[in-house]
Design a binder for this molecule. Structure first.
Ligand SMILES: NC(=O)c1ccc[n+]([C@@H]2O[C@H](COP(=O)([O-])OP(=O)(O)OC[C@H]3O[C@@H](n4cnc5c(N)ncnc54)[C@H](OP(=O)(O)O)[C@@H]3O)[C@@H](O)[C@H]2O)c1
Length: 257
């Protein structure tokens, strides 16, 4: 039996609680024994009250302590744990393994997905990136990750940093472009919904073609008159700057500059 104690009650922690609770129903050898939350009420609908603690001193012996708190709090929280030489991991894409206090055996359990409390995510399809200082600990992390996901990777801190930056491009920046497109639609009284099939096809296409093959549009074709027409259409300075920057990036991609 692998006993897990989880620390945190935010977006990711709540998804992990749901996932481990469902797993327990399938006779798994993995058990979520406790969850730490500064505010116990936050978890009252998700867990039996005896499993929720708000004092680190109440943490029981577990095989794995999963810290799912804000990146900036990882170091403080890990240093407050009242034990040594146990397996303690964080769940961040951005923080190094070294941000954890060295009094425990350190590792990382990073699920590469965007989690919001109220949007159900099937963990089976979430890639989980693992790292550990000790190889025996990797075995434990691997067992837990494989129990909840079909997609598990060994990724060190440097690689994880690169993945996290890449994730900002595909998730946060893409979403911001949706926002700008929405603004343009609103300004010109066309429904943003008409773009949704295109958004879906763009995301779907990348599962079978690489980004270079999938790229289309005036910048890729170097349709100068269309590009000029778009640039003069955009009177908003921010939209125009981003249009020019991305057009240039598409055209320069792969060239030695
Ligand atoms: N959400 C995602 O999409 C996602 C994806 C992959 C990885 N992650 C990683 O998962 C971790 C948690 O992210 P999240 O999105 O779940 O964050 P979140 O929703 O903002 O929740 C943050 C949690 O940290 C707790 N916390 C903050 N400072 C603390 C402190 N000093 N002591 C104890 N607890 C503290 C908060 O407690 P209170 O509620 O009491 O303030 C809350 O439970 C981060 O490392 C993040 O990088 C998140």
């Amino acid at each position: 039996m692998i006993k897990i104690a989880l620390i945190g009650s935010g977006n990711l922690a709540q998804h992990l609680i749901r996932t481990f609770t469902e797993l327990a129903l399938s006779n798994s050898n993995i058990e979520l024994i406790q969850v730490f939350s500064r505010d116990k009420k936050k978890l009252s609908t998700l867990l039996d009250s005896e499993k929720i603690i708000s004092n680190f001193q109440d943490l029981k012996k577990a095989d794995l302590y999963l810290i799912a708190v804000s990146d900036d709090a990882i170091a403080t929280v890990s240093s407050q744990l009242p034990f040594t030489d146990r397996l303690v991991v964080h769940t961040s894409g951005a923080a190094s393994l070294l941000s954890l206090d060295a009094k425990n055996r350190r590792g990382v359990f990073y699920p590469l997905q965007s989690f919001s409390k109220d949007k159900i995510v099937d963990f089976k399809s979430v890639p989980i990136c693992l790292e550990s200082e000790k190889s025996a600990d990797f075995v434990v992390l691997n067992s837990v990750a494989n129990a909840i996901s079909n997609s598990v990777f060994a990724i060190d801190s440097e690689q994880r940093k690169a993945l996290h930056v890449a994730a900002v491009f595909v998730n946060n920046f893409t979403n911001h472009l949706y926002q700008l497109a929405n603004d343009i639609c609103t300004e010109h009284q066309v429904p943003f919904e008409t773009l949704i099939p295109l958004i879906q096809e763009t995301a779907h296409k990348i599962t079978t073609l690489n980004p270079e093959q999938a790229q289309t549009g005036p910048a890729k074709r170097n349709d100068k008159s269309t590009i000029e027409a778009h640039e003069s259409f955009l009177t908003n300075k921010n939209q125009s700057t981003i249009y020019k920057l991305l057009t240039q990036s598409i055209q320069n991609h792969g060239k030695k500059l």
